[in-house]
Design a protein around this ligand. Sequence first.
Ligand code: NAD
Length: 343
Amino acid sequence: MMNTPFLSAQGAAILVSRHGLSRCIRGMHDAIAHDFKRWEQFEKSARLATHSAEGVIEIMPISDGQTYGFKYVNGHPNNHRHELPTVMAFGVLASVQTGLPQFISELTLITALRTAATSVLAASHLNKPGARSMALIGNGAQSEFQAVAFHEALGIDRFYLYDTDLFATERLTHHLNEVGFHVTPCKSVAQAVARADVITTATAAKTRAHVVTRDMLRPGVHINAIGGDCPGKTELHPDVLGNARVFVEYEPQTRIEGDIQQMPSDFPVIQLWEVLTGFALGRTHADQITVFDSVGFALEDFSALRYMHELAEEKGELEYLSLIPHMSNPKDLYGLISKAECA
Ligand code: NAD
């Protein structure tokens, strides 16, 4: 049998713990920035989504001509009733030349790191200078990673938290206190965003929610909206978008899935790669409201997989799966069965 390098859920957690969460997010940030800057080299498509009443299952493919990658990911906001996370994922890198899988990995944990890394990458170009405080609306699985990433990369040192689930805010408060962050649990979204320079919305509800409305916002705030990522699943009121400069990952996908699904099809947006390569400006004045309408794009997972593959190899954390049969005569697939019978 041929052995495919594999990073398990436990292996990824050990690797992140030993290498350091901040260091991993920083490494992923650099890998994602590098790949966004070579945007034109990628064969891109909007992800393929299969919807049901409870959630969505998506396949996210991408290729740079040398390496092909895809992620399997779901979004089931009521999964906590089954003691499962809202978002679960795994992914693969494969050789374009032969199609041979080269790396298979868990991506549930890694998605949280890559999303935080992408959020920070966008915010570093869109935040107003001197931003120090952040509201975290939605205190679930993604939230600690967002806080750590914004603290490390952008010096955010004051966090205002709100979730409809008090226990979620309690858990986040406890974890952020443990690492010494200044945290204020709040009683409403309006209270949480009132003093924030940056707002991350990471709520999960399969509904056209308007969690953040225009009247709540201070001039110059940056909104990192990551939870509106599916048709019929939004977080921002259209007036927020209509009064902001809006940035997206891959426009064809975000028009379907992002908060801008509520806006006319010619509503102006700027793709992140355009800002990173100097084709477009980020924030243009201090009082402007900026929105990163993030849905998660395949390129980010491609970069994260490449980064984790290298790290796991270097640190000896890879396991091996017998995924692809080895055949001395590649045409004799049938012979595998008789060989197995003799074994
Ligand atoms: P989660 O289920 O662990 O947490 C979501 C939290 O939102 C829950 O604690 C819930 O109580 C809270 N919530 C729901 N409605 C709310 C409201 N109106 N106001 C305040 N809080 C509310 O989910 P998660 O893994 O943290 O993911 C959060 C969201 O981010 C999901 O919608 C997910 O699909 C999305 N996501 C996006 C990306 C991306 O790349 N853009 C990546 C990962 C996850």
